[in-house]
Every structure is written in structure tokens, then in C-alpha cells.
Design a protein around this ligand. Structure first.
Ligand SMILES: Cc1cc2nc3c(=O)[nH]c(=O)nc-3n(C[C@H](O)[C@H](O)[C@H](O)COP(=O)(O)O)c2cc1C
Ligand code: SF4
Ligand code: SF4
Length: 286
């Protein structure tokens, strides 16, 4: 691959013993890899499936590979109570970066065969939803880590990639979207990133990196008092009942004129706005 492309190539390794980490790291280094990803987080790998303490596994992998000359980054798992602890361990033990994150270990069931799908056991599961967890933890790590963070999980377009940079990522990885849409999607994502920067008047990704961090309120600061209530535009509404069925606050009632009205129970959650097929509902400030 090195002879075919001009871009850097990182080799991803998943080993168990110090001897294997060391041997494989040297093999990929001599094959021309520009960097190594130490993957202690494979969703169906030994580290995760045996419930090993990832902090220890990270230290062991980094200790075993100190004599390679190329950068070593560690791919973290989303399946720990506080991934900051593992990220900190990477930095303390000389790692050159973290990948946030691998996939969650999950299960899906084929109801025809009544067996687990994929390999017949637990396996990695992800999707567009995963990005929210990725953004959350990158933004938490960014102010404290001095090594680069590579975002991974749920990125499907340029806007997702930009969000990762806003959270503090130095680079953004994609996998599923390439499988679904082909390698051409990389150019499209790059174009969308450039367009965003130009539209907003930014000159480089450095202008937006980590920009969200100072704007995230702590759980103590978040104001949970009612700020909005729903309002139905009767001219657009066709009385389909969708909003009435989803509102869990009993805030939508039907009057004798067959129309739906919002009552004082509305907490402004916005669910009805999302589901209304006629876009007949808006949230208005109280
Ligand atoms: C088909 C497929 C197979 C994968 N296999 C592995 C694997 O064997 N080990 C592993 O650590 N991660 C595996 N991953 C996870 C990817 O390395 C990567 O973390 C993830 O797909 C990134 O999220 P995204 O697909 O939303 O971009 C796999 C992902 C896909 C889609
Ligand atoms: S905003 Fe939420 S609480 Fe208010 S009417 Fe809509 S679904 Fe119900
Ligand atoms: S979902 Fe929209 S169209 Fe349907 S009843 Fe509610 S407001 Fe009317």
C-alpha cells in the first residue's frame, strides 16, 4: 500500500501478550507503516470480552512497543464508566494520540433462523447514533489531553466531521459510510467541510477546533425550567392525531370542534414538532 499512496498509513494491531505487541509493531514498522494503532477495544476481542481492565491493557501495550520509532496511538472503548481514565493512561505512558472510539459490543437476532446475526455471537454495533457519544467524550477530553484526538464512530457527512472538530478532534475517521457509499464519499465530505469553513469565514480547521468546549453547561448550570411551549397552526393542521398520540405530558387535547389544542401541561419537549407531518407545530418562547 505504501508504494501506491502518498497519504500516511496507520497499521491497526490487536494483540494480547507483550511479546506479540512488540513483534507485530516491529513487523508493521518495517513494512513501512507511518504509525500504529494499538487496538485494545475490539468489540469482540479478548480485552473487551474478558472484561479486562483497559487501563492496564493500555499500559502493557505501550510498554511493549516503546522501541518502535513511529507514532503509537491507542483506540479506546466507549464501554467504560469514564473513558477519560483510559485517555489519561495513554498520555501518561507515552502514547501519541487516542482514537475515540471503537464500537459497542452488541447483539442482534435473526428472527427467521432464531440465531445471533454476524459471527453468531456478540459483535461490534454502531451507526449514525454513535456520534453523540463520540462528541460528548471528545469535548470532555479536549481541555485536559495534550495529545491529539481522532474521532471515530457515526460520522456520515461533512457536518458530522465538522462537529467532531468543534468538539476537539484533530482528525476524523470514517468506516461505515465508505462501505455504504463508496470511496467517493471522502471527496464529498472534504468538500462539505471546505464549504462550511468558507461560508462561516473561517480560514482553517484550527479556528473551530474545540470551540464548543467553553459553551457546554455543566449539569448544575443547565436551566431546566420551562422555556418553550408548543403552538399549533390550525391552518396547516389536518387533525391526523400524530402529535396527540406521542405527547407524554397529556398536553394536547381535542375540543368539540375536532381540532387539537395545547394545554398548560406542555413542557416544551418538542416531540410533537418533530413528528408532525404537516409542520404545523412550532415552539414559542414562554
Ligand atoms: C464491517 C465492519 C467491521 C468491523 N470490524 C472491526 C473489528 O474486527 N475490530 C474492531 O476493533 N473494530 C471493527 N470495526 C469498527 C471500526 O474499526 C470503526 O471503529 C467503526 O466502524 C467506526 O465507526 P463508523 O463505521 O460509524 O465510521 C468494524 C466496523 C465495520 C463497519
Ligand atoms: S412540546 Fe412536548 S409536552 Fe408540549 S405538546 Fe408537544 S409533545 Fe406535548
Ligand atoms: S401532528 Fe400536526 S397535522 Fe397531525 S394533528 Fe398534530 S398538529 Fe395536526
Amino acid at each position: 500500500a505504501k508504494s501506491l499512496v502518498k497519504i500516511p498509513i496507520f497499521a491497526s494491531l490487536n494483540c494480547i501478550t507483550p511479546e506479540m505487541w512488540n513483534r507485530m509493531a516491529h513487523l508493521v514498522e518495517s513494512a513501512g507503516a507511518d504509525g500504529i494503532e494499538l487496538n485494545v477495544s475490539c468489540p469482540h476481542g479478548v480485552h473487551i470480552m474478558e472484561g479486562r481492565t483497559l487501563k492496564d491493557e493500555i499500559r502493557k501495550a505501550l510498554d511493549a512497543t516503546t522501541d518502535v520509532k513511529i507514532p503509537r496511538i491507542v483506540k479506546l472503548s466507549p464501554q467504560t464508566s469514564n473513558p477519560m481514565i483510559e485517555a489519561d493512561e495513554v498520555e501518561k505512558n507515552g502514547g501519541n494520540g487516542v482514537v475515540v472510539f471503537n464500537r459497542f459490543t452488541g447483539l442482534d437476532i435473526d428472527l427467521d433462523t432464531e440465531k445471533p446475526i454476524l459471527h453468531g455471537g456478540y459483535a461490534g454495533h454502531g451507526g449514525a447514533w454513535a456520534i453523540h457519544y463520540v462528541l460528548r467524550w471528545i469535548s470532555a477530553m479536549y481541555p485536559y489531553l495534550h495529545i491529539p484526538i481522532s474521532a471515530s464512530g457515526g460520522v456520515t457527512n461533512g457536518k458530522d466531521a465538522i462537529k467532531c472538530i468543534f468538539a476537539g478532534a484533530t482528525s476524523v475517521q470514517i468506516c461505515t459510510v465508505v462501505i455504504l457509499k463508496g470511496y467517493e464519499v471522502i471527496e464529498k465530505i472534504n468538500r462539505e467541510i471546505v464549504e462550511f469553513l468558507q461560508e462561516k469565514g473561517y480560514t482553517s480547521l484550527n479556528d473551530i477546533r474545540g470551540k464548543i468546549v467553553g459553551k457546554i453547561l455543566s449539569h448544575r448550570e443547565v436551566d431546566r425550567r420551562k422555556l418553550y411551549v408548543a403552538h399549533i397552526n390550525q391552518e396547516k393542521c389536518n387533525q391526523c392525531e400524530t402529535c396527540y398520540k406521542v405527547c407524554y405530558s397529556s398536553a394536547i387535547e381535542r375540543h368539540n370542534d375536532r381540532r387539537f389544542y395545547i394545554n398548560e401541561n406542555c413542557v416544551g419537549c418538542g416531540l410533537c414538532v418533530e413528528v408532525c407531518p404537516r409542520k404545523a407545530i412550532e415552539l414559542v418562547r414562554v
